[in-house]
Design a protein around this ligand. Sequence first.
Ligand code: SF4
Length: 106
Amino acid sequence: MSTTDTPAAAVTVPPEEGGGWREFGLCRQVDPELFWPEPGTSTAAARRICTACEVRKPCLEWAIEHGEPGVWGGTTPNQRTAIRRTRAALRQTAGGSRTTARPDRP
Ligand code: SF4
């Protein structure tokens, strides 16, 4: 992988489709391997860089939407899966469908 293959650089969505944030990613300035760690190794260094990145929010939203592997927006794939599930549950709740019946009061 070349030094330009970072999460922000690896994506080829044109800026007019919301990809303009990528050129500002801090990950473009560091070792890209940090953002795709070997299984079982820490993602802490990459996530720490993301906390200081000015495009963290659009990066995270993009990764949530596209299901990419690696660290994006300061999160791991498992964390993004959890965010997707939480959002889906909130949408369901906001839609007014109750999944559990309220018990009758005595
Ligand atoms: S939030 Fe992290 S992965 Fe996303 S562009 Fe910034 S440094 Fe790169």
